[in-house]
Design a protein around this ligand. Structure first.
Ligand SMILES: C[S@@+](CC[C@H](N)C(=O)[O-])C[C@H]1O[C@@H](n2cnc3c(N)ncnc32)[C@H](O)[C@@H]1O
Length: 309
């Protein structure tokens, strides 16, 4: 290992202390080679994005995002693309679960009259804000205050046709979100959308994850690279731009690129069971649905106001 790589390893160990986000911690822990691969991909996409001069990306500044919950809200364009994807796939009448929603996708789905949308999140303030933003929805949205670290409650078992999630980008959290998905999703004719930056997770780790998904009865139906774009905050942006200075090959190809955005791919997985729901599963579903309506939590509306998108 050359001197600059040794320095990068040591620097990463120090920087880990200052960043609360588990996504950033995970990136700092990647090997030198993995970091380089990840940065090359991200910087290329940043260059492309900045070149086409999109107009402003995010209206989420009015909300305070919490690093402890690994929140990194996407651009408005990304939020709309996610809703388009769900709409084009014919999920407007289906049971949709958004597992975590700092991206405000539920607001977009409410505007498009999706009929059965449920949102769960560990951030109560975010849920309160979402409740206000969707208060005029034709079809009311269900909100649950749930921390997936404690597992998904029984009353949400096997209820959903579609689940969409954007987990913190590290294998431990991804595992937690996936276990919850397999408990909440229906047995057959179901799909889930997982937003992951494959190079941030690391190839080896990702292939283990895909294997676990396959063993759980789902196959990869589609992968859309760089589907999601997230504006970085100043600290995150400086960090990634700074680390890229350590890689000669990156410096050679690019003049200085200000790393302003993070990107993830969109993976769509479909259930391998596409039969009519069996009698047993049907009974289970209706039983759980009855329970679930009893547990729908009323989120109290906070006094402060926030700007509408
Ligand atoms: C994980 S964040 C987005 C992460 C981002 N894409 C990244 O790159 O790190 C998405 C949503 O999940 C919620 N969330 C995070 N951890 C959670 C948990 N343990 N249980 C429930 N929701 C969680 C956050 O509050 C946020 O609204």
């Amino acid at each position: 290992m050359n001197l600059s790589n040794v320095f990068l390893v040591l620097l990463s160990k120090v920087l880990i202390i200052f960043f609360k986000s588990r996504t950033i911690k995970h990136i700092l822990k990647l090997s030198v080679e993995e970091k380089k691969k990840f940065l090359l991909k991200i910087l290329n996409e940043n260059q492309r994005y900045i070149d086409i001069e999109k107009e402003e990306y995010s209206d989420n500044n009015s909300l305070k995002f919490i690093q402890n919950y690994n929140q990194l809200p996407c651009t408005i364009e990304t939020r709309k693309k996610r809703a388009d994807l769900l709409e084009k796939n014919g999920f407007r009448d289906k049971e949709v679960l958004l597992m975590g929603d700092d991206d405000l996708v539920s607001v977009e789905l409410a505007l498009r009259n999706f009929k059965h949308v449920t949102v769960l999140d560990c951030d109560k303030n975010l849920l309160n804000k979402l409740k206000i933003l969707t208060s005029e929805a034709k079809f009311p949205i269900n909100f649950f205050h749930i921390d997936l670290n404690h597992g998904i409650p029984n009353y949400l078992y096997k209820l959903f046709d579609v689940i969409c999630f954007d987990p913190p980008q590290n294998s431990k959290d991804l595992d937690i979100f996936l276990h919850s998905t397999f408990k909440a999703i229906k047995y057959s004719n179901s799909s889930f959308f997982m937003m992951v930056n494959s190079s941030a997770i690391g190839e080896k780790e990702l292939s283990k994850i895909i294997k676990f998904i396959n063993n759980s009865g789902f196959y990869e139906h589609n992968k859309i690279e760089f589907f999601n774009c997230y504006p970085l905050n100043k600290g995150q942006s400086i960090l990634l731009s700074f680390i890229s200075f350590f890689f000669k090959s990156i410096k050679k190809n690019k003049n200085f690129i200000n790393c302003r955005y993070y990107f993830t791919d969109c993976y769509e997985f479909k259930s391998t069971v596409n039969l009519e729901i069996s009698k047993d599963n049907y009974d289970l579903k209706t039983h759980d649905e009855n329970i679930s309506s009893k547990y729908i939590k009323d989120i109290s509306i906070p006094i402060y106001t926030i700007s509408r998108p």
